[in-house]
Design a binder for this molecule. Structure first.
Ligand code: AMP
Length: 215
């Protein structure tokens, strides 16, 4: 968990690769749904573009069916879910039914840095490589160094939507950290510095959890 721009997506992908577990990123799943011209697609597209949260009912449908697939038998890495208390309750039920335990890593980054990370973010429309106009610009503006395809800015990475998303995190999602902390399933880590440094902290925090569970 962590506010938008904390680096959850990057760290989640690295964890999924290292531990050979499926990555379930609800933002990506919803962006895919938003591309279809169905009533659901149109609804999700409008909500995402405004930086608001998609309804818990839609999330329940999307996540439940995904977590029950056989590739999640040994666990999975969740990115962007749960974000609200009803979603956390739903996850408890699903995890209980599947016999899984929940471990939460909170990636913490100062607010001013988050704004720059988000408003400067650009993604390659071809290979998905991520750049940042402040911290990691492409060699030629708007063009991917790797495959020469155009870079785009996510529709919810405009300043208004960023402020909205960070406020929503404080309101809806931050209280979940207390809930996981009280139930001793939370590890907070410093999300500043190089991606590899942060990843080392994540792995160390997970090691701590495994040791706690063993005792
Ligand atoms: P993300 O890629 O995780 O930043 O998610 C992008 C957008 O997808 C969010 O701003 C929401 O509109 C929507 N979204 C993703 N995950 C959830 C969730 N768990 N609950 C509600 N909306 C979500």
């Amino acid at each position: 968990m962590g506010p938008q721009g904390a680096g959850k997506g990057t760290q989640a992908q690295m964890l999924a690769d290292s531990f050979k577990l499926p990555l379930i990123a609800t933002g990506d799943m919803l962006r895919e749904i938003a591309q279809s011209d169905t009533p659901l697609g149109l609804q999700v597209r409008a909500v995402q573009a405004a930086g608001q949260l998609v309804s818990d009912d839609i999330l329940a449908q999307v996540v439940k069916s995904r977590l029950c697939q056989t590739d999640c038998e040994n666990g999975c890495i969740l990115d962007g879910f749960p974000r609200t208390l009803p979603q956390a309750r739903l996850l408890e039920t699903i995890a209980h039914n599947l016999g899984h335990q929940i471990t939460v890593i909170s990636i913490e980054v100062p607010r001013e840095q988050l704004f720059k990370r988000l408003s400067g973010r650009q993604t390659c429309s071809g290979c998905g490589a991520i750049y940042n106009i402040y911290f990691k610009p492409s060699k030629s503006p708007g063009v991917c160094d790797l495959d020469g395809q155009q870079l785009f800015t996510r529709s919810d990475d405009n300043e208004e939507a960023i402020a909205q998303r960070l406020a929503l995190y404080d309101q809806n999602t931050r209280p979940l950290l207390d809930y996981y902390d009280e139930t001793k399933r939370l590890q907070r880590i410093d999300g500043t510095g190089a991606v590899e440094e942060v990843f080392a902290r994540v792995v160390k925090a997970l090691g701590k959890v495994v040791a706690l569970e063993a005792n």
